[in-house]
Design a protein around this ligand. Sequence first.
Ligand code: SIN
Length: 343
Amino acid sequence: MHLKAFAKKSTRSTTLAAAITLVAGSLLTSAANLWAATPITVKFAHVVAENTPKGKAALRFQELMHERLGDKVKVEVYPNSQLFGDDKVLEAMLLGDVQIAAPSLSKFQKYTKQLQIFDLPFLFKDMAAVDRFQQGPVGQKLLTSLERKGLMGLGYIHNGMKHLSAYDPIRVPADAAGKKFRIQTSDVLAAQFEAVDAVPLKKPFSEVFTLLQTRAIDGTENPWTNIYSKKFFEVQPYITETNHGLLDYMVVTSARFWKKLPDEVRTEMKKAMDEAIAYGNQVAREQEEKDRQLIIDSGVTQVISIGEQERALWVEAMRPVWKEFEKEIGADVIQAALDANQP
Ligand code: SIN
């Protein structure tokens, strides 16, 4: 090409490139301005009271996000099933009607069978063992078990070990036979009650108090903070301290929502969530004992402790449930949970 013509063409393409850079730059700036100008709304829905480990973790998350991102992100927390019950919240999340939830680990069976591990009776020795399992490689992998369904696990929040409450004193499995117990939507929990010849009824958390008060059911299972904050103890004269199972949570969000967030928002949100979870777990450790004592001090319900022999009867009756669900959960996952019992 002639030198003059080349110089002219090259000036034209430099001008074109500059123009493209300018347009792209201004598009990016206006996208950034757009998200800065339009706050991102994050609805966090849960079913428990605000004065519980999960309730407090949700509020801490809201606080941290406000501190760090100001008005760019608006976190709205809906406790006490105000927005959705746990039976609807995950569907609502996939539709974009709620962005964060933390259902009990017993409520995911429609989405994955693997999380059923957390419902196996008498599996974890104590909450320290639960923590080791959740933070270990298998527990962390389980956070991804919902990905095929479009959901992502962001972490685990503790509540605590469950106890049986009822209208009659329950000490040994035979005392539970024939009684109706409200359970969460979990086949493992159904099998656990069937193993002692009791009648399990899957009902939403928001209905439990009324079901107990009207004696439509005889009893239920929950950790101390739920029994106290939802006043179940006021309509249950007996609570047997069985520590027979776990009630913990997985914080979840929709993969679609998460991926669409601007990078800096996603990073801050994950950091804030990790801190809120750590705070919630500390609350769980402290509040469990406090709420237990408040229930005892109320004098309206009697807390029954069981001895080693009685405990052995419960274990013997309920342990066969492990075998029943081993295939769905995975023998290796069960083994990893058992290994976590050794510090
Ligand atoms: C919860 O703690 O989130 C509710 C548990 C239940 O449904 O019993």
